[in-house]
Design a protein around this ligand. Structure first.
Ligand code: NAD
Length: 265
């Protein structure tokens, strides 16, 4: 192993990370990667605690430190208490937040119930705001630098029928992230969005279970395949680390070229 590779493997040593929706998919891979690189990690989850506890045990066994904390990211009170518990148990403020929790459910505009619209905006956008606010307050109060990485989507750019609420949440995340990146730069807190293309995770259960639908999606990807959660986690780990110090207020697309619209000639 070269000196650079060795440094990269421990690049988050001493940091305190929180990954929302950290029990499954991209979040789970990110928890594993940040933990393996030395961060103490809060695995935020909602619902069944088993997958989050499994992620914690895996890190414990590998010599890392992690705790699982249940909180609905769209609920202000639960978010505030999650951050204070994280601070108590990890001995300081979170300095690496990954806003990953996200949901989607298809409805045409004319059929979209307000409740479904509010749910998606509540988790994907308001949840990211609430967590970023608590994380930023903690870092600013303690005078520590840090990073906020939002998992947005190619749908911060590509319109998607039946997913108006999802596109509004991810498109909103784009300008919101740019805005807070400006506000937080003087505090040495960076804000970056990672926009995945089609990734093999539980959110895409339908594609995983139906090879013909998956083939249709893969037709839209110049690289010819869906992405893996580890590929997103690796990007997050680099972006949150010291080599990416000059990257803020922007979006990194990790999509096999999907945003180049392969069928547009
Ligand atoms: P996933 O369904 O495995 O992950 C979403 C996680 O969010 C789950 O663990 C879920 O329990 C959690 N969650 C849902 N509501 C929550 C709430 N109220 N509070 C806390 N946690 C909550 O799917 P994934 O693909 O890993 O999704 C992760 C992120 O990546 C999402 O923001 C999604 O929009 C984004 N994304 C995924 C893809 C893809 O193709 N998989 C593409 C682009 C963007």
């Amino acid at each position: 192993m070269t000196a650079e590779q060795h440094a990269a493997t421990r690049r988050h040593a001493g940091r305190r990370a929180l990954v929302t929706g950290g029990a499954t998919g991209i979040g789970r891979s990110t928890v594993g990667r940040l933990g393996a690189e030395g961060a103490a990690v809060v695995v935020n989850y909602i619902g069944d605690p088993a997958p989050a506890e499994e992620a914690v045990s895996e890190l414990d066994e590998a010599g890392g430190k992690a705790i699982a904390v249940q909180a609905d990211v769209s609920n202000e009170e639960q978010v505030v208490s999650m951050f204070s518990r994280a601070r108590e148990e990890l001995g300081g403020p979170i300095d690496l937040l990954v806003n990953n929790a996200g949901i989607e459910k298809p409805f045409l505009l004319v059929d979209m119930p307000l409740e479904e619209w509010n749910k998606v905006i509540g988790v994907n956008l308001t949840g990211a705001f609430l967590c970023a606010r608590e994380a930023a307050r903690g870092m600013i109060d303690a005078g520590v630098p840090g990073a906020i990485v939002n998992i947005s989507s190619v749908h911060e750019q590509i319109a998607w029928e039946q997913f108006g609420h999802y596109c509004a949440s991810k498109g909103g995340m784009k300008l919101w992230a740019g805005t807070i990146a400006k506000e937080l730069a003087p505090h040495k807190i960076r804000v970056v969005n990672v926009a995945p293309g089609a990734i093999l995770t539980p959110i895409n259960r339908d594609l995983i279970e139906h090879p013909e639908k998956r083939a249709e999606v893969e037709e839209e990807i110049p690289w010819g395949r869906m992405g893996k959660p580890e590929e997103i986690a690796a990007t997050v780990a680099w972006l949150a680390g010291p080599e990416a110090e000059y990257v803020t207020g922007t979006t990194i697309f990790v999509d096999g070229g999907m945003t180049q619209y392969p069928h547009f000639h």
